[in-house]
Write a protein that binds this ligand. Structure first.
Ligand SMILES: [Zn+2]
Length: 80
């Protein structure tokens, strides 16, 4: 890494970095639910607030409300 890019990295606050990450991820959002393939419209505010985006390493996974419920149930079952 050269001196210039190292300085730029140190300067960026964690919040700024996170914001940049989210913008980058937004462009990578899948167009449908990862589990059931239900279509996702990122212009729909209700969908944006009710769907869940999970980032695992470089992979963006998108879950519709139904699948969120199901995965939460599954987690509950695994826990007990
Ligand atoms: Zn789904």
């Amino acid at each position: 890494m050269n001196r210039k890019s190292r300085r730029a990295l140190a300067k960026a606050s964690p919040a700024e970095k996170q914001m940049a990450d989210q913008v980058a991820l937004f462009g990578k959002l899948p167009e449908s639910c990862t589990l059931c393939s239900e279509a996702f419209d990122k212009k729909d505010r209700d969908m944006l607030s009710s769907w869940k985006v999970v980032v695992i390493q470089e992979t963006v996974r998108l879950y519709c409300p139904c699948c969120i419920e199901q995965t939460e149930e599954k987690v509950e079952n695994e826990r007990s």
